[in-house]
Design a protein around this ligand. Structure first.
Ligand SMILES: *[C@@H]1O[C@H](CO)[C@@H](O)[C@H](O)[C@H]1NC(C)=O
Ligand SMILES: *[C@@H]1O[C@H](CO)[C@@H](O)[C@H](O)[C@H]1NC(C)=O
Ligand SMILES: *[C@@H]1O[C@H](CO)[C@@H](O)[C@H](O)[C@H]1NC(C)=O
Ligand SMILES: *[C@@H]1O[C@H](CO)[C@@H](O)[C@H](O)[C@H]1NC(C)=O
Ligand SMILES: *[C@@H]1O[C@H](CO)[C@@H](O)[C@H](O)[C@H]1NC(C)=O
Ligand SMILES: *[C@@H]1O[C@H](CO)[C@@H](O)[C@H](O)[C@H]1NC(C)=O
Ligand SMILES: *[C@@H]1O[C@H](CO)[C@@H](O)[C@H](O)[C@H]1NC(C)=O
Ligand SMILES: *[C@@H]1O[C@H](CO)[C@@H](O)[C@H](O)[C@H]1NC(C)=O
Length: 214
């Protein structure tokens, strides 16, 4: 009698743990987030356009960009903090030539949006750049995008996470981004966030299990 009683209890306990496991898995799946994708769709440097040798264009020291922000999650929104864009000339990140800030905004489920602007540059060695595109036909610019994002799950917001991505843009002697396709900006630490979330969640599950089992 005592045996069948304890067997029932073990069964009950097993199914309880199983249900708990399933719930945890479901919760984990529905709380999983991924950062938005950022890509440079257009990038124009009019003064490097070799076929347009008018002095107004040659002295136009602006760049035009079009950056796409893409939230690919079908059931979560993204709230962007102020977006800081920094542009660099050359092969490394030690030569900033322009800044631009995009005010923060909210982006709904599975939405994408573009931010475009003309920015004035400072300190580009224009003659050398022009010579370089003329000689070897491309010159490199770099873009760094830095912001903080929080995710909206149903009516709740997560805490903010850093979103810092960058990329290289080759410009040819038409003054245009060489690659017709968008250039995806990449992070140095691609899986940090999802990794962290997974860890946090494991801790929660273990704590819940402990509380119920002890
Ligand atoms: C470069 O200049 C030529 C001549 O003015 C113009 O037709 C062309 O559209 C310009 N290219 C770009 C990318 O603006
Ligand atoms: C522009 O450059 C082309 C060839 O590079 C030259 O034939 C033309 O005369 C130049 N035009 C001006 C206004 O300098
Ligand atoms: C300078 O180039 C930008 C594109 O980067 C263009 O919008 C602007 O009209 C140009 N300005 C002049 C004076 O040509
Ligand atoms: C970065 O570029 C500048 C100018 O092109 C150069 O002087 C410097 O040595 C470069 N730094 C690195 C770390 O490559
Ligand atoms: C970009 O912004 C920083 C700080 O706000 C400033 O120190 C720097 O001079 C700016 N660079 C350019 C090229 O405007
Ligand atoms: C471009 O070529 C010219 C001669 O054709 C040369 O004097 C100059 O140093 C070269 N510039 C670069 C940046 O390669
Ligand atoms: C963006 O720039 C502002 C002003 O320089 C700064 O306060 C903010 O922390 C920057 N944001 C990020 C994510 O770097
Ligand atoms: C420069 O790149 C643009 C965009 O890919 C392309 O349309 C253009 O033909 C290129 N110009 C040259 C001279 O290669």
């Amino acid at each position: 009698m005592a045996e069948s009683g304890s067997g029932g209890c073990v069964n009950c306990c097993c199914s309880f743990i199983f249900t708990l496991g399933l719930t945890a898995l479901f919760l984990w799946l529905s709380l999983r987030t991924s950062k938005p994708t950022c890509s440079v769709q257009k990038f124009l440097v009019p003064s490097l356009n070799k076929t347009d040798n008018s002095t107004t264009t040659r002295n136009n020291h602006t760049i035009f960009f079009d950056i796409k922000l893409d939230n690919r999650m079908k059931d979560k929104g993204v709230d962007y903090d102020t977006i800081n864009l920094t542009f660099f000339y050359g092969q490394n990140y030690s030569f900033p030539i322009a800044n631009y800030t995009v005010p923060g905004f909210y982006q709904g489920h599975d939405k994408h949006t573009s931010r475009k602007a003309v920015v004035e540059t400072n300190g580009v060695p224009w003659e050398a750049a022009f010579e370089a595109v003329s000689n070897v036909s491309t010159v490199a610019f770099r873009v760094r995008l830095a912001t903080r994002v929080k995710f909206k799950i149903l009516v709740f917001y997560t805490k903010r996470h850093n979103l810092i991505v960058k990329g290289d843009i080759q410009v040819n002697d038409s003054g245009e981004k060489m690659n017709k396709k968008g250039i995806k900006l990449k992070s140095n630490a691609p899986h940090q966030l999802s990794h962290r979330l997974r860890l946090e969640f494991l801790v929660v599950i273990l704590t819940v299990l402990m509380i119920f089992l002890l």
